[in-house]
Design a protein around this ligand. Structure first.
Ligand code: SF4
Length: 304
């Protein structure tokens, strides 16, 4: 099985590189997915190395080394399993879960499921939260970039949220040709269903279909982070937002100049940090994981 490089360094399984302030460690099961998301390093048609997910390297370890590392560490606040839809991944993930579930650390699993029955199987393994990625929030591009049917997917999320209240997470990627309005409406829908939302910035990966697609504009990403924050904290209703003709946010209906800087932290399950998952360490971060370096951004014709 694999661990993200940062997680392996955090647990002391790798000695080189800085030890980052992570709260969650990330494990990956399986490789070369049966599905073919246009943006994913593990997609069926991707030529990216099998040791990659997003821009992160995931070295291989014996399962026992990882289990011992987690047991030794008293700093891990969450374990997240990224399960690639491939042969034996589920079996291996179940084995890992049977070895770590008694450590009293909340566990999230990010996996593609298609039914309540499949979701129940994962919850029966003692996990706290299930992450079902949406990634593409525009109905217009969902089937092209991710495959499948957007409405069916949202309806599955709705059923899961009802059956497993406040235990479902989803992921949304900013920068896949959606409008800001579409993303904001999706965030609002998830919030009303009690589903936590992890925001990601599209990251072009060499060897994938979208390797030449641009990264999202930072101002636009900041506007979406703030939208997520004000909606999830019930500071405003969606109806109070104003959008431009290009469907960009031009007003939140409140003054957002003084909102908490935690709006810019990595979002999703509690304590999810994902350091440098989408960001180049030498450039401004989309998501911050260890303190926010506040930058200004534009909303309409104002700098906030
Ligand atoms: S939000 Fe973070 S911890 Fe939760 S499933 Fe996604 S990557 Fe894992």
């Amino acid at each position: 099985m694999r661990l993200s490089y940062g997680s392996a360094r955090f647990l002391g399984l790798i000695k080189s590189g800085p030890k980052l302030k992570m709260k969650t460690i990330y494990a990956m099961f399986g490789e070369k997915c049966h599905f073919d998301c246009a943006y994913c390093a593990q997609a069926k048609s991707s030529f990216a190395p099998e040791s990659m997910l997003s821009r992160v390297i995931w070295p291989e370890f014996e399962m026992g080394e990882i289990v011992d590392g987690v047991e030794r560490s008293h700093e891990v606040k969450r374990i997240c399993l990224q399960v690639v839809s491939s042969n034996f991944a589920k079996q291996e993930a179940f084995e890992f879960l049977s070895r770590v579930r008694n450590f009293n650390i909340p566990i999230s699993v990010s996996v593609r499921v298609f039914s309540l029955k499949e979701a129940s199987e994962w919850f029966k393994q003692g996990i706290e939260r299930l992450g079902i990625a949406t990634d593409v929030v525009s109905e217009k591009t969902y089937s092209e970039y991710r495959g499948g049917n957007f409405q069916k997917h949202v309806s599955l999320l709705r059923s899961l949220a009802k059956r497993f209240p406040h235990r479902i997470t989803t992921h949304a990627i900013v920068g896949l040709d959606e409008s800001e309005k579409e993303t904001v409406e999706f965030i609002d829908k998830m919030h009303k269903l009690g589903i936590s939302l992890g925001l990601f910035a599209f990251t072009p990966i060499k060897g994938t279909k979208l390797e030449k697609h641009p990264k999202p504009n930072m101002d636009s990403y900041r506007r979406i982070q703030v939208a997520r924050y004000v909606l999830e904290n019930n500071l405003v209703n969606l109806e109070e937002f104003e959008f431009s003709e290009k469907e960009e946010v031009i007003s939140y209906g409140i003054d957002v100049k003084k909102i908490s800087e935690s709006a810019f932290l990595t979002s999703g399950c509690p304590n999810c940090t994902r350091p440098y998952y989408n960001e180049d360490p030498n450039k401004e971060s989309y998501n911050f994981f260890d303190g926010v370096k506040r930058t200004t951004f534009r909303v309409g014709n104002r700098e906030v």
